[in-house]
Design a protein around this ligand. Structure first.
Ligand code: NI
Length: 149
């Protein structure tokens, strides 16, 4: 485990009250853990805003499967970006709708382009791209993963 460093934070009372209220609703047991998560969130947001950053992402969307040619377009787009796609999950939601989740990795600008193209197709009713990156992503080039057997 990494060494923890203690430091003091000054804040207006009402801002702190609002913060405490928010984090207790979110289930945090102390301020330190909440602040660590906020800092990590901000760092991921900053990193993934760089176009060349290697990111991981999940694109979730619902579409109307009766829409003419839509499934063909969705499939063509996924083949176009096959190198970035880790996996696709398809769920038949009801008679009319399908849900898909595409797990992605690659350069941030490529992933965002794919998502924008896909979500703009007629018949894709709602969708969202969620992006993350590992804390070590800036050391990616020298970093190797060791999986326990
Ligand atoms: Ni389906």
């Amino acid at each position: 485990m990494k060494k923890l460093v203690r430091f003091g934070i000054s804040m207006e009372q009402d801002l702190l009250d609002t913060f405490d209220h928010l984090i207790s609703h979110k289930g945090y047991s102390n301020r330190s853990e909440a602040i660590r998560d906020i800092v990590r969130e901000k760092l991921v947001e900053e990193n993934t805003s760089l176009p060349n950053e290697h990111i991981y992402a999940a694109l979730v969307y619902i579409y109307d499967h009766h829409k003419r040619n839509l499934e063909k377009s969705l499939s063509s787009l996924q083949h176009e970006f096959y190198q970035n796609i880790i996996s696709t999950i398809h769920v038949h939601v009801d008679h009319d709708s399908c849900l898909e989740v595409i797990l992605l990795q690659g350069k941030a600008e490529v992933i965002k382009t794919l998502a924008e193209k896909l979500l703009s197709f007629k018949g894709v009713q709602h969708g969202k791209l969620t992006i993350t990156t590992s804390e070590k992503s800036s050391h990616k080039h020298t970093h190797t993963h060791h999986h326990k057997a």
